[in-house]
Structures are given as C-alpha cells and as structure tokens.
Design a protein around this ligand. Structure first.
Ligand code: ATP
Ligand code: MG
Length: 289
C-alpha cells in the first residue's frame, strides 16, 4: 500500500491531542476518490493477509465495531471480511449481558472471546458498551453491584481499565483497532422508516431501537468522552462517516488492509526435517516429478 494512502487514512484515526471533531462525510468521499480506493481488491487482500496471519500464528488482530443502531455494522462486517476463511476469522457479538456475566468484572465476558494467535476476530459491540449504553442507562450498574457515587472519576476508572486491558493484549501480540461507524440522526431515522416500510426489512425493525435513539445526545456525549479517553497508539479509534454505506465499507476495508499490511504477517518457512522425513520427501519428489 503506497505511503500517501496510509497517511491519508490516518485522517480517520482519532488522535487524543486533537481538537475533538470527527472526520466528516465530505472528507470520506474525497479520500475514497482521491486515493482511488476500491472495495473488491481490498477485500481480497484482507483475505490473503488473514491467511498469512493464520499460517504464521504469531500475532492476532482484534477489530472492534461500535455504532448507533442502523449505522450498518452488520453489513459492513459481512462486506469487509467476505474473503476471510472461517478457519481463522470469526465474529463475537455482545448483546445484553447474562446474569452470570453481570456477576463478573465488566471485562470478563469480552476477554474470553479475544483472538488466539493467528486469528482475526471481530467484536460486533464490545466492552465499550460499558461506557456507552451503561453510561446512558446507569441502572445497569445496579445489577453489576456498583455502589454510588457514579461520577466522572468512576468513568475515568473504567477507561483506565479498558486502556490497561488493550495494552495487555497488545503487549501479548494482539493488535487492537476500533471503528465507530458514525451515522447522522436524520439518516438513522430514514433507515428506521425504510426498515419498517419494506416487508423484507421488517425483521430488522425494532421500536426499541427508536426508543433508544431518543437519547441521541446522551449517546453522542458518551461516545465522544469514551473515544477521546481510549484512543491510544496501541489501540486506536477510527471514526468512519456512515451516511453513505459504500464509502463507509470502502474506507473501513482500506484501513483494515493498511493495519494488516503493517503487521506484516509472513508465511512460515519449511521446518528442518530429520533424516527419515528427508528420505520421504526425496521419494515424493522422485515419484512425482
Ligand atoms: P442488530 O440490531 O443489528 O441486530 P445489535 O448489536 O443492535 O444488532 P440487538 O440485539 O438489537 O443487537 O441489541 C443488543 C443490545 O444489547 C444493544 O442495545 C446494546 O446496547 C445492548 N448491550 C450490549 N452490551 C451491553 C452491556 N454490557 N450492558 C447493557 N446493554 C448492553
Ligand atoms: Mg439493534
């Protein structure tokens, strides 16, 4: 991947030292056009790099997806990783926690699903729900046995736990990258209505999603605070404008590809054979020239 491409994609990475604005839809379109980014070849290359990662079995990649409802998480995951082999690629989805999960520390259920060496794992929602939905609806904390006061210090402590967890993963060979697919409120409402109106989309419609979206400002504030406290060099956040699905998928694929290229996975060399194995090999090559 050319250096200028990687540099331009960095515009979508959140640098905690920056001013606090997200990259917008115009920048997304301009970047895709200026760099001539294409979804299909990126997908194919991601498949190849994931295969090398699997063959090498030294490192792992964890890709976290967070978004408001109807931003297109599921379809983006399906599209970007389409060429990955299910032997080395999988998705873990995190819904409302079970009673057992609530009895443990808040990272427990996610840590169990982190990838082993050689694997590429996607988190569809993640431990970040713990500073997003839980922040907007703090009643969840009662089931987690949390005692008041739930103040800024409480959320800072959660960010510190998350940063330490992700540093631990990184120190142990797992690259962590995080995507916030950032849909606008009008586009989200348009998609809710589309889901409700089209018979083949109705299964995706949930009036609860609309009820949740009424807390839009609270969610946006929680995302903002979370993203700026947890974007680190070893586990950066990328914010991808989500109002145009094609652009969103193309940019996400380009960033995943750039991250994998940077990990530089290599196919392993042949092992040193013992004498018997060398004889076997010689026989194979002799009989099948
Ligand atoms: P989709 O709607 O695309 O099928 P989804 O990820 O929105 O996928 P849902 O079953 O609709 O899945 O919703 C899962 C819900 O679980 C979300 O509202 C999410 O905020 C909630 N959730 C996830 N993790 C937690 C958590 N740790 N505590 C409380 N709620 C959580
Ligand atoms: Mg949902």
């Amino acid at each position: 991947m050319p250096e200028n491409t990687t540099a331009s994609l960095n515009a979508f990475r959140i640098d905690p030292a920056e001013t606090g604005t997200y990259p917008d839809q115009t920048l997304a379109e301009q970047t895709v056009n200026a760099l001539g980014l294409k979804l299909k070849p990126a997908r194919k290359r991601i498949g190849k790099l994931a295969e090398a990662l699997f063959a090498e079995r030294k490192k792992a990649l964890l890709v976290v997806f967070q978004a408001m409802d109807a931003a297109g998480k599921d379809s983006t995951i399906a599209s970007v990783f389409r060429r990955c082999d299910p032997a080395s690629f999988s998705v873990a989805s995190f819904k409302k926690p079970s009673a057992e999960e609530l009895r443990h520390d808040f990272l427990w259920r996610c840590h169990k699903h982190t990838p082993e060496r050689g694997q590429l794992r996607v988190f569809n929602r993640s431990h970040y729900e713990e500073t997003l939905v839980v922040r907007v609806h703090p009643q969840w904390l009662t089931s987690q046995g949390v005692q008041p006061p739930v103040n800024d210090h409480f959320w800072r402590t959660r960010y510190e736990s998350i940063n330490a967890f992700e540093k631990h993963l990184s120190d142990n060979g797992t690259r962590v990258i995080k995507f916030f697919l950032n849909v606008s409120r009008p586009e989200q409402l348009r998609r809710f209505i589309r889901r409700y109106s089209l018979p083949h989309k109705q299964w995706k419609f949930s009036i609860k999603d609309y009820a949740k979206s009424l807390y839009w400002d609270e969610y946006q504030a929680a995302y903002r605070d979370t993203i700026w406290h947890t974007s680190t060099p070893q586990a950066p956040w990328y914010v991808i404008p989500a109002d145009n699905k094609k652009t969103m998928r193309t940019l996400t694929a380009a960033i995943v590809q750039a991250e994998l290229e940077n990990m530089n996975p290599n196919y392993p060399e042949l092992p040193a054979y013992n004498e018997k194995e060398r004889e076997l090999l010689a026989a194979l090559l002799k009989e099948n020239p």
